[in-house]
Design a protein around this ligand. Sequence first.
Ligand SMILES: *Cc1c(COP(=O)(O)O)cnc(C)c1O
Length: 355
Amino acid sequence: MMKMHNFSAGPCILPAEVMKKAAQAVVELDGSGLSLIEISHRSVEFVAIMEKARSLVLELMDLKGKGYEVLFMQGGASMEFLRVAYNLLENEAGYINTGTWSTKAIKEARLFGKVAEVASSEADGFRSVPKGYTIPEGLDYLHLTTNNTIFGTQFKAIPQTDAPLVADMSSDIFSRNFAYDAFDLIYAGAQKNMGPAGTTVVIVKGELLGKVSRKIPSMLDYSVHLSKDSMFNTPPVFAVYTSMLNLEWLKEQGGIGAIEEVNEKKAKLLYSEIDLNPLFEGFAAKEDRSSMNATFTLTKPELKEKFDSMWRAAGINGLNGHRSVGGYRASMYNALSLESVGVLVDVMSDLERNA
Ligand SMILES: *Cc1c(COP(=O)(O)O)cnc(C)c1O
């Protein structure tokens, strides 16, 4: 099999050894004579997998012993848009709008109560992250999307507020050292940087829950899932297992600090090329550029066909921008190697030489 350089925004690249181990477990789990996907989720084997996955999340984010619990949920990050509001919104919540995903989160939250759009970068086409705004007092929580997957912007600093902080970290979780303990609830769809599609990790401080007056259906109630150790109903066993393998891989690499160094090198390499090569132009404001998703366009659109055939010939996949933005988007999640970014940069400079 020819291995492609996969810059896809999600579902994303995972380390080859994780793919291999996951495939092997589908055939047979650890010499048990049974497949991972046919054993009971209540079996000793699977309960241990779930516990290991939950524990690795806290360990890698340095959240052990700080009152956090981990859930592996279903419904994607999109389900958390409504589950967060259902569980936490009583009077008023604040949202910072940095693009498509925050806009969707706001839309869902408004079904359950008052939502203040505290700040928005819509006026500049979501090329930046809002700055210099005031956060109202007394909010039930403040919600932000730490990395804007579509427009390629990323919060570099955490907003200061007394309100509980809730973050959609779908596309930059486990990618950088961050004061994760500044947040009270973090959620992330697995398929951007943690594992295959099919599960969403939710990391929540227990004390945050149980404060709203509405009745919450069991499947939407974080407390119910917590009381059952994330096994209220059948969990997505394959997605949880593969995420666990990927978290083990990350730990072997030296954890988040070590992968952050590589991620910074990758981002620096690509953004330098975007800035130096006159044929390319970055989309996002420089100070807010995402180290995960780099968005850029051609300054000479007539070169599109040529550039597209060049990167395809180099074994690159998934470089087209989101349909709402156009241009190009190079997603550089944890498992993408520095070498793959080098291949892309070489194609970009070849285009300059031959244009
Ligand atoms: C992809 C993405 C989502 C949507 O995730 P689903 O799991 O498809 O629901 C939400 N937020 C962010 C930041 C994303 O990148």
